[in-house]
Ligand binder design. Structure first.
Ligand SMILES: Cc1cc2nc3c(=O)[nH]c(=O)nc-3n(C[C@H](O)[C@H](O)[C@H](O)COP(=O)(O)OP(=O)(O)OC[C@H]3O[C@@H](n4cnc5c(N)ncnc54)[C@H](O)[C@@H]3O)c2cc1C
Length: 363
């Protein structure tokens, strides 16, 4: 009996030893934030394990379309945009956030975006300056692929390729972090559940929580902002805010949870976003009377409120052929069957069911 007991104790000790994994850094979440952290640490020689709960990597970053904002970049200067600065970018963000944002953080964003963009160029990004201001921008500062295609998918492909070429990063999709382990008041690792529902633990010197937002968690949004009940989302299905809970349980506090922004140009029901860069390049909004009702380059929440205030709660976004020919995103919307086409104003008015005389006057 005694021998049997000893034998089974050894088995337990051995099996927990087999799971005792150690690393320098665990990164939770494989979007742009997580990838940047993982690549930077691995480039500095650290051993990194990246955990992603979804079967594919990239989160909402895969879906970003319009552009990456950065001030005083080389590409801006090449386009003759010499009057932008980190402070101007910071002030634009603060104004868009109704001065509720933390000014130190908006300034850090303004100051660091340029280096982040330069870092991506050094990894091989095909980034051009996107001409045209985005909503809430006082200066045109969007950057993205030179053919006008979506920025997020491009960044994720680049990050994944880079991660594969650097030793030291292991990426584990379908592995969900369920707890951040805290020992003696210090973060010491994570608990994980893998695709076969097996639980395991990683001891880590540091943990980066890069778990993104909660835009696809309708209940959570509704509890914070009841007026958004029933809104469609453009977020990826994994954007459920679980990381917020992980942080809370590890002792973090929350700020600005109610600051949720509705995007003004989303195809109803389908949850497909029509990029802000369309408005930045001259697209404008008309209501069902064929009348323009707002300055399209005002901050998003103001334009969204303007759309919702229309009698139908909807608006048409008008783009012309000159934009379509130069822009892959716009071509994509048409290929997805999201657009109504007219060869002249009358045809278009008929197609979208607005009074032709009004649309003509608006144009
Ligand atoms: C349709 C759309 C268009 C956009 N366009 C733009 C744009 O043009 N320009 C711009 O700057 N921004 C844009 N954004 C916003 C931008 O995409 C996000 O701000 C950015 O991608 C967030 O990056 P992230 O790494 O923080 O989060 P994400 O990219 O969402 O990554 C977080 C990851 O963490 C994973 N995760 C969550 N919980 C766990 C867990 N417990 N364990 C393991 N993994 C977990 C998620 O599955 C996800 O993959 C857009 C967003 C959307 C939805």
């Amino acid at each position: 009996m005694k021998r049997l007991l000893i034998a089974s104790l050894c088995t337990i000790a051995l099996s927990s030893f087999a799971f005792a994994e150690e690393t320098d850094l665990v990164v939770v979440g494989s979007g742009g934030a997580g990838m940047s952290a993982a690549l930077t640490a691995a480039q500095a020689g650290k051993k990194v394990i990246m955990l992603e709960k979804m079967p594919i990597i990239g989160g909402n970053t895969n879906r970003a379309e319009g552009g990456m904002n950065a001030a005083r970049t080389l590409q801006q200067l090449e386009h003759g945009i010499t009057h932008d600065s980190a402070m101007t970018m910071s002030l634009d963000a603060q104004k868009g956030g109704h001065y509720l944002n933390n000014p130190e953080l908006t300034l850090a964003l303004g100051e660091n975006a340029k280096e982040a963009e330069a870092w991506m160029l050094s990894l091989g990004a095909d980034f051009c300056h996107r001409m045209g201001r985005g909503g809430g921008q006082s200066v045109a500062r969007g950057h993205g692929p030179c053919d006008g295609s979506a920025v997020g998918a491009h960044i994720m492909k680049l990050f994944y390729k880079t991660a594969k070429s650097i030793p030291g990063i292991e990426i584990r999709p379908s592995n969900k972090v369920t707890e951040v382990i805290v020992k003696d008041g210090k973060v010491a690792g994570v608990k994980v559940i893998d695709k076969d529902k097996k639980e395991y633990t990683i001891d880590s010197k540091a943990v980066v929580l890069a778990t993104g937002g909660f835009g696809a968690n309708a209940k959570m949004i509704e509890s914070l902002r009841p007026e958004y009940k029933g809104f469609a989302t453009t977020n990826h299905p994994g954007a459920l805010g679980e990381g917020i809970d992980l942080g809370l349980r590890a002792g973090a506090t929350l700020v600005d949870m109610r600051e949720i922004q509705a995007h003004p140009t989303v195809v109803p029901v389908k949850g497909i976003l029509i990029s802000e860069s369309m408005r930045g390049r001259g697209a404008y909004l008309v209501n069902q009377d064929g009348k323009r009702f707002i300055n399209e380059l005002l901050p998003r929440d103001i334009v969204a409120a303007g759309v919702l205030a229309q009698p139908t709660g909807k608006a048409w976004i008008l783009i012309d052929n000159a934009l379509v020919q130069k822009n892959k995103l716009a071509q994509g919307y048409i290929q997805q069957g999201l657009a109504v086409k007219g060869n002249n104003v009358e045809e278009l008015a008929k197609g979208i069911g607005v009074p032709a005389a009004n649309l003509k006057a608006t144009m």
